[in-house]
Design a protein around this ligand. Structure first.
Ligand code: SF4
Length: 355
């Protein structure tokens, strides 16, 4: 780790989780349940916790949702962010009900006294605020200045909000600047990052479905992270939030910024392959997603690159004709039939994870 120099940012807290460049990048996600349905929301948050979600956000579109936060808070162990649009009273109610952070877009909250009321209660309760700015809600005067919701307009909007919060003596804030495209998001974040030291929440909003959204997010988030920008990350996908968390870790892991869980290295297979690499690799990922310890697992098809890669992994199998060889920390442990390979591999990874 350490080949990317992170931009220096101040630390703020969401509950007990620090966010800022002195701390590891925080992975977060957002539930897609109705927040007032406490049972289902808590169940989803617990699933997210299992795969490593460190902070969770829930939508608060109604008084019932804001009131549900109290019960949800009691039953989960990661910090809770309330996502508020339009109605500042919902923000106040969410803070009263125990939210650890409020996400607002001051642009759609309306008059400044409403934002000031949120600031004053957040200050009193010692909680942080995430200020979210997106290209759809740039104030009229900035839009008039730039003629369109350009990255410069997005950055200026965020900088103006920073000034407003500072003028109200509140700096317990982090920012997100999201366009729906990689280019506008990257440029806006770069402009903003050069001018402040507030922590930034990164992600590509409305990125898309599993494959297209993952690619778009990996590119956008990857560029920002490589530039040293980003203190917390959420991958937004039109799929289960659990996938968002897993993908966030994979992006962070690919950049060597944060490691968690089993990383499967598997070969693409080719005409030399006589074993079912794809099924085994997928099953290993699925069955071992609860493991927190970072482990490299290789599943390789044949003797060409297989033994080499498998030897460098914590645990690995490499095809040798129609059977596999099992490696642990570079040593050959045993020969496995294809039928026995998956179970033995899983067993050996679990054993290694416990050490
Ligand atoms: S490891 Fe073997 S089976 Fe897999 S892609 Fe390489 S040559 Fe093909």
């Amino acid at each position: 780790m350490g080949w990317i120099k992170r931009r220096k940012t101040k630390t703020i807290y969401v509950g007990n989780v620090p966010i800022g460049s002195e701390h590891p990048i925080v992975v977060q996600s957002m539930t897609n349940t109705f927040t007032e349905d406490v049972e289902t929301t808590v169940a989803q948050i617990k699933e997210l916790e299992k795969v490593g979600c460190e902070v969770v956000r829930v939508a608060v579109p109604s008084v019932r949702a804001a009131e549900a936060l109290k019960e949800i808070k009691k039953r989960i162990s990661i910090p809770l962010i309330a996502d508020i649009h339009f109605d500042h009273k919902l923000a106040l109610l969410s803070i009263e009900n125990g939210a650890d952070c409020i996400r607002i877009n001051p642009g759609n909250i309306g008059e400044s006294w409403k934002v000031k009321e949120i600031i004053s209660l957040a200050k009193e309760r010692g909680i942080s605020i995430r200020i979210g700015v997106n290209s759809g809600s740039i104030p009229k005067e900035i839009l008039a200045k730039y003629g369109k919701p350009s990255p410069e307009a997005l950055a200026e909007t965020a900088l103006n909000y920073a000034k407003f919060f500072e003028d109200n003596d509140f700096t317990n804030i982090k920012f997100s600047l999201k366009g729906s495209e990689v280019k506008s998001t990257v440029i806006a974040n770069k402009i903003f990052a050069e001018k402040t030291d507030y922590p930034i929440h990164i992600g590509i909003t409305e990125a898309g479905t599993l494959i297209s959204g993952t690619v778009k997010s990996a590119v956008g988030v990857g560029i920002l992270l490589y530039e040293g920008i980003g203190d917390t990350v959420r991958i937004s996908l039109s799929t289960s939030p659990k996938e968002e968390v897993k993908i966030a870790y994979k992006i962070l892991s690919a950049l060597e910024l944060k490691k968690r869980g089993v990383e499967v290295i598997s070969c693409p297979t080719c005409g030399r392959c006589m074993v079912d690499v794809e099924t085994i690799a997928k099953e290993v990922e699925k069955r071992l997603e609860h493991i927190e310890k970072p482990l490299k697992v290789a599943v390789m098809g044949c003797a060409v690159n297989g033994p080499g890669e498998a030897r460098f992994a914590d645990v690995g199998i490499a095809g040798a004709g129609d059977y596999f060889i099992l490696f642990v920390k570079g040593k050959v442990i045993e020969k496995l039939s294809e039928e026995a390979a998956l179970e033995r591999l899983v067993e050996e990874i679990e054993k290694t994870a416990r050490k």
